[in-house]
Design a protein around this ligand. Structure first.
Ligand code: GLN
Length: 503
């Protein structure tokens, strides 16, 4: 579009949309947004994108809260690399920002505290609700629920979210939009507040795959500030082994993802999608990845162990919230001590939500000497074997598990044998979005009930694999159903192309 009217109208709708669905924790000043948009348009003759940033990614213009009291008023002194790239202000960028459409950030989106949850209900800023449902409040899924909701309501062109164990994919599925979680290490995590650092990824939610591709193209670059960013050398190796593909794809259906309780609508949509691919001559192949069955407990063992150590930095001294009651009881003239850890434990008990506290305790236990051997190391071994099983089914070798020579040899062999697959395909969740009421009731009975929602999203996270969720609209279903496509590590391009094919 070459006029400003529609985008200015969307800026005018931000507050109203937010009052309906509570997608945003902070909203930038409308007049500033309009001025930035207009200036950019006048200078470049193109309309910028409007986007939101999940509130666990630091920005300097407002607080970055992680949805938690402990960071409620925390304003970062620096900005995340992803935000600087999108706004066209990243100094060390490997790509020329002039070649890309700039984005205007409208605000920060709601999330479960520190990304811990599957509903966007664990936020001190109240739950986000799903714009697809007008009569009764339904959840968006989590933890990037605000990111999904503001896109679903057509305010933003796209949102930046994070995905540790499904946080982009579950909301995309529940809200009927596209969610893309690239390979681990593709997009910079500099300025992304850690939940579980060996799983955390940054990704994109949108209704338009072209926008996802454009934003991914901008963000897909090495960042020297992020020690887990994929090196330029590995990026080059990946490019070499993933190019020149057959037009006809081989698509794997995993026996182990045929989990109990998949609803009729989910299996109907999924079967329709497979049939459509089959009808245009792609090959469908059953595969078996036995360790998938253990991925949920493995994820919740490792992610919580990492979280317990990441969240140790919130001590009330260096960051954010500091308990007042601790000052009252530990001040110099106070005669009675409340507990031996003093302000540290009071700040954390008041600052972290219940779910976060529970996870810190569980994670600390997993790392304690008793549990370390029995749980933590075992979980790591199962993670390893799951990665090996993924490697054994994909046509493209995993650059992280093989040397340059080995992976070239492997690729030749796999192509000759012709029994390997390009991508895997499975549902995102067993059902469509539950009502807020049902979700909260089940969650209060046991948080295991919401952990179970992650059973189909954590496998790709354990292996760091690129994954896209695209909505499948079936004539027989009321709501769109997300189809999940997973590729080999680094094979993001194939995953995006497959997403395109399903739309
Ligand atoms: N629901 C999962 C969890 O709570 C995943 C969350 C995420 O990806 N941030 O850990």
């Amino acid at each position: 579009p070459n006029n400003l009217k529609p985008i200015l109208a969307r800026i005018d709708r931000i507050k109203h949309s937010n009052s309906l669905y509570n997608s945003l924790i902070s909203v930038r000043d409308e007049n500033v947004l309009k001025e930035r948009t207009t200036n950019y348009f006048q200078k470049n003759k193109i309309v910028p994108y409007l986007c939101s940033i999940k509130d666990n990614i630091v920005t300097t213009e407002e607080a970055t809260t992680c949805g938690s009291k402990i960071l409620e008023n925390y304003v970062s002194p620096f900005q995340a690399t992803v935000v600087s790239i999108l706004e066209g202000s990243n100094k060390g960028s490997q790509k020329d920002s002039q070649n890309f459409t700039k984005s205007i950030v409208i605000g920060k989106s709601n999330l479960d505290q520190f990304g811990m949850g599957s509903g966007t209900t664990n936020s001190i800023f109240e739950p986000t609700t799903n714009p697809l449902y007008k009569n009764q409040a339904h959840i968006t899924g989590g933890s990037s629920g605000g990111a999904a909701s503001i896109v679903t309501d057509d305010v933003c062109d796209y949102s930046i979210g994070t995905d540790t164990g499904g946080s982009i994919r579950l909301p995309a599925h529940y809200c009927g939009i596209i969610g893309f979680k690239p390979s681990y290490g593709r997009i910079s995590r500099w300025g992304v507040i850690a939940y579980a650092q060996s799983f955390d990824t940054v990704g994109i939610l949108s209704k338009d795959i072209k926008i996802i591709e454009d934003i991914y193209e901008q963000l897909n670059q090495y960042d020297p500030k992020d020690p887990t960013s994929l090196s330029n050398n590995l990026r080059k190796r990946i490019e070499e082994i993933t190019k020149k593909r057959d037009e006809k794809l081989s698509i794997g259906l995993i026996q182990e993802t045929n989990v109990e309780g998949i609803s009729e609508e989910v299996s109907r949509s999924f079967n329709e999608a497979i049939e459509a691919l089959f009808n245009i001559n792609h090959t469908i192949r059953p595969v078996s990845l036995p360790s998938i069955k253990n991925s949920l407990p493995v994820y919740y063992t490792l992610a919580l162990a990492e979280a317990s150590s990441n969240l140790a930095r919130y001590d009330g001294v260096r960051y954010g919230f500091h308990s007042k009651s601790s000052e009252a009881s530990h001040g110099s003239d106070s005669s009675q001590k409340k507990d031996e850890f003093g302000p540290f434990s009071e700040t954390r008990s008041e600052g972290f939500g219940k779910e976060v506290q529970k996870r810190i305790l569980l994670g600390t236990y997993n790392l304690s000497s008793d549990s370390f051997k029995n749980n933590y190391l075992k979980a790591n071994m199962v993670r390893k074997s799951l990665i090996n099983q993924f490697n054994s089914v994909f046509k493209v070798p995993n650059v992280l598990s093989s040397t340059e020579e080995e992976s070239k040899e492997q690729l030749r062999e796999n192509k000759a044998n012709n029994n390997k697959i390009d991508v895997l395909m499975f549902p995102v969740s067993t059902s469509t979005a539950p009502t807020l009421e049902d979700f909260l009731r089940k969650d209060s009975e046991s948080s295991l009930n919401s952990y179970i929602d992650d059973v189909l999203t954590v496998p790709a996270s354990l292996a760091g694999l690129p994954t896209i969720v695209v909505p499948w609209k079936s004539a027989a279903n009321q709501m769109p159903i997300g189809i999940q496509v997973v590729g080999q590590f680094g094979d993001d391009q194939q995953v995006l192309e497959m997403g395109q094919l399903l739309l």
